[in-house]
Design a protein around this ligand. Structure first.
Ligand SMILES: Cc1cc2nc3c(=O)[nH]c(=O)nc-3n(C[C@H](O)[C@H](O)[C@H](O)COP(=O)(O)OP(=O)(O)OC[C@H]3O[C@@H](n4cnc5c(N)ncnc54)[C@H](O)[C@@H]3O)c2cc1C
Length: 472
């Protein structure tokens, strides 16, 4: 039996480094070790938070004075069938491990996040989406079954056929309804390791949303970047990137492009500057003036030189833009960064996002990075997706303005609720619980609570995020 020991105490942070808490860190390597930790937690009355790669921006995988059950040591691919593209993984297997294992056989994860570091357990617990949410749905849509360890029910396998209610609530249930100890996923067939991509500029938010919407059925991947600094007629101007997989007869050398070692992102910028040093070079620009200039330059380059450009890019290079500069988040130290991602139905999106950008400008806290995506609804109980668009906004946390920033997030969220929108817990840290709860209208939270009472009646599984967002 493992005993909660002082030497296990670590400070665990959210990915954005703006929030953290001390907890007892355990890295189990097997089911038996997880059960031991659960028994210990139960007998000592200390709750548990599950943790994958720790890529959630805020407080999803932290719990003050709790047991942090970190799955990073459970990272074995248990079974892989290159004929069907079905894979069984332990929860700590990362998106990166997965595609590097399967690409040479012609399979790619149907959903990938902007970084390849997240674990599959964490991706399912948050039901992550990619740049192809409109076409492919979420990670949960490609999950065939899960092994789930719950405090009340022990280990069980759940799927769309076997306990569908629990299956659709565990996926996207941010670790509150059990520990995912194995997942079976269906991957997507690809015939090349290359994409064909197109870049398009739009002078304002209306144009950006319209072009994103127009492209959503013609391309596998659609994503927008916006410059959150200018106002007036330039409010929400930005660039769009569309991409599709190359077909078998389009790639002259698929064997090479499907080789995972040929997908590696370059280690140096312009072939000279080691990328590991880049975040230090970003630091002097990580303020309102510097970021205004960078966003301006990016828009000018995209609209004057690259508008309409069509080019080929490796799958990894197109998909994992946020991995280009290792540790770029450190440029935001000492305060770190937060992100707020809201999802708004099509008809209201332009109005709500314009208002959000205006609020940021009025408060003098512009977003340093704004990303737009197109989404479709899905069957998962606490889904964040709607038939609409999402806007993800990054903000630096500046000492002395923290309360103001948190108050601004409330102000950004209010019109989202009024418009029938939703929020994404993986990116959140500052959303007031009452606004999160107000975004559900059909008893979803009551159903979730009933399931919680069934599988975890003593509330052993907790997180700082769940304490903030859910009613107890
Ligand atoms: C740079 C960057 C880009 C991103 N881009 C995207 C994107 O494009 N799309 C998107 O949807 N998200 C994106 N994210 C968010 C990220 O994909 C999610 O936060 C994801 O959940 C992270 O997985 P993780 O393994 O790090 O999980 P963690 O952050 O460690 O945990 C996430 C949640 O899962 C729970 N959990 C973890 N493992 C288990 C388990 N085995 N069983 C039960 N519960 C578990 C935790 O308790 C927590 O609630 C991005 C994040 C970063 C940092």
């Amino acid at each position: 039996m493992i005993v909660l020991a002082g030497d296990r105490i670590r400070r665990i942070e959210g990915w954005g480094m703006a929030i953290g808490a001390a907890g007892y860190l355990y890295r189990p390597g097997s089911l038996e070790e997880i059960s031991d930790v659960m028994d210990t937690a139960r007998s000592t009355g200390v709750p548990i938070v599950a943790r994958g790669s720790g890529c959630s921006y805020g407080d999803a995988a932290i719990l003050p004075e709790g047991v942090v059950l970190d799955f990073s040591e459970m990272h074995r691919l248990l079974a892989w069938d290159p004929a069907t593209g079905i894979v069984d993984v332990e929860p700590g297997v990362t998106v990166k491990q997965l595609w590097r294992h399967t690409l040479a056989d012609g399979w790619w994860p149907p959903i990938v996040t902007g970084t390849m570091e997240p674990s599959l357990g964490g991706c399912l617990a948050m039901n992550v989406h990619g740049k192809n949410n409109w076409v492919r749905g979420t990670m949960g849509d490609h999950c065939l079954e899960l092994d789930l360890l719950t405090p009340a029910g022990g280990l069980q396998t759940i799927s769309r056929q076997d306990d569908p209610e629990l299956f659709h609530a565990v996926i996207g249930g941010f670790g509150q309804l059990g520990l995912i100890t194995r997942a079976r996923m269906q991957l997507k067939r690809v015939h090349s390791g290359l994409t064909e991509a197109e870049a398009v500029a739009a002078p304002d938010l209306g144009g950006l949303l319209q072009r994103l919407d127009d492209a959503k059925d013609d391309w596998e991947y659609v994503v927008g970047w916006l410059d959150a600094f200018p106002g007036g007629k330039k409010l929400g101007r930005g660039l769009l990137h569309f991409a599709r997989h190359l077909e078998a007869d389009e790639d002259p050398d698929p064997k090479t492009s499907l080789d995972p070692t040929k997908q590696d992102l370059p280690g140096k910028l312009f072939g000279v500057v080691p990328k590991s040093m880049m975040w230090r070079m970003m630091k002097p620009f990580t303020n309102n003036l510097g970021m205004r200039a960078i966003n301006h330059a990016k828009y000018l380059h995209g609209s004057l030189l690259a508008d309409g450009a069509v080019y080929r890019q490796s799958l990894a290079a197109f998909s994992f833009l946020l991995d280009y500069i290792p540790n770029w988040k450190k440029a935001y130290l000492p305060g770190g960064l937060i992100q707020h991602q809201s999802f708004v139905p099509v008809a209201e999106a332009e109005r709500v996002f314009c208002r959000q950008l205006e609020i940021c400008r009025r408060r003098g806290m512009p977003s340093y990075l704004g990303v737009l995506k197109r989404h479709r609804p899905d069957d998962f109980l606490l889904t964040h997706a709607v038939d609409g668009f999402s806007l993800a906004l990054d903000f630096p946390v500046i000492e002395g303005r923290r309360d103001e920033l948190w108050a601004m997030i409330r102000e950004l969220a209010e019109p989202v609720v009024a418009a029938g929108g939703r929020f994404y817990p993986a990116k959140d840290v500052a959303l007031p619980g009452e606004l999160y709860r107000a975004s559900f209208h059909d008893g979803e939270l009551e159903t979730f609570s009933a399931l919680k009472r069934r599988v975890d009646p003593d509330g052993l599984l907790r997180s700082a995020l769940a304490e903030r967002l859910l009613e107890h």
